[in-house]
Design a protein. Sequence first.
Length: 432
Amino acid sequence: MPESLFSRPNDEPLAARVRPQTLDDFAGQEHLLAPGRILRRIIDSDNIPSLIFWGPPGVGKTTLASIIARRTHAHFINFSAVTSGIKEIREVMKQADANRNFGERTILFVDEIHRFNKAQQDAFLPFVEKGSIILIGATTENPSFEINSALLSRCKVFVLKPLTPEDITGLLRRALAFLEEKVSVSDDILKSIAAFANGDARSALSLLEMMAANSDSGTITPEVLEMCTSRKSLLYDKDGEEHYNMISALHKSMRNSDPDAAVYWLARMLEAGEDPLYIARRVVRFASEDVGLAEPGALSMAIAAYQACHFLGMPECSVHLTQAVIHMSVAPKSNAVDLAYMSAKNDALGTLAEPVPLNIRNAPTRLMRDLGYGKGYEYAHDYDERVTAMECLPESLQGHEYYRPSEQGSESSYKKRLEMIKKWKAEHRSKV
């Protein structure tokens, strides 16, 4: 951007001023950019294929693109999915075709490519296929869900990881030289900034710049840190991958009988704005999938927590969810109910044409009774034991066992009861 009468040399944000110009200055991503690694070799050789950079905010996706722009001999076009539409895409493609006719490659960098809809993404496809453009896309969303499969299949996906606190601390030390006002800051505070940033270099640099601007004494103190970080910024997208990672962490912590971890992941989701009813529904599922009849009251508690969330909402319902999550964590565990259904489901899918045995069919009409519907049915309440030796499974499945109770909690009593029932039936069937 050209200088204006009113512009100042340091009007750019600190993150822009500190942005690395070379791979040697780049922070993090050693798994891709260390000497000999594949992305490093691709960039060094200027033999760039179509790429997708996938990673959370502030890990260097756009910076990598700018480094490629400086090093490549191709024509480099920077394109934003936020401000561009089909018309702009067509204009760029026309320019790329013209460059190709003169033997010049065109690299098109599309920031936030996931914001393009299907039609916009399809507009790139023929030009990628015929080599008019080399596409580099940057996205914070899982490409498998957000990028058309045909376009994705023609791109190499590189996954960028959140920066480590050490990566960010080193970047912050380098950034101190770029501050407009010189400030001093302790290593402990730099480490605190790095922890707050949660792997996001841009967030860390913005925070450092804010703290420097609010430091009257030329020293960034713990008080300034507290003032500028009133609450921790959490990496969380309720519609994206992290949403599923968090609920998975909660579910697996409860399954592993770890109430501390379970409450932590619950708090992470609620404080990041997750819908408490979504969490409550997952706890209801957990009550039967992972606790089941080992503690039959778990389902009642889960449903009660759901109702409390519905009545109260956040923040009041957080305590009810916490109670339910702790209960699920410390309850005895059994997945026998879930396994019973999954096993029966497999047989059901393979025997969908298997008729219901005549003896347990409904017979509301005379014709049905004449055809034998209900013939041989034994009404359990007519017998002292409240059970009969009658077969209820189709003939081809008789003898199959789906529910196999564990010895956990209350389910041990179900197991004993079931063993008695099966023994009684076996004895009485042998007498028939």
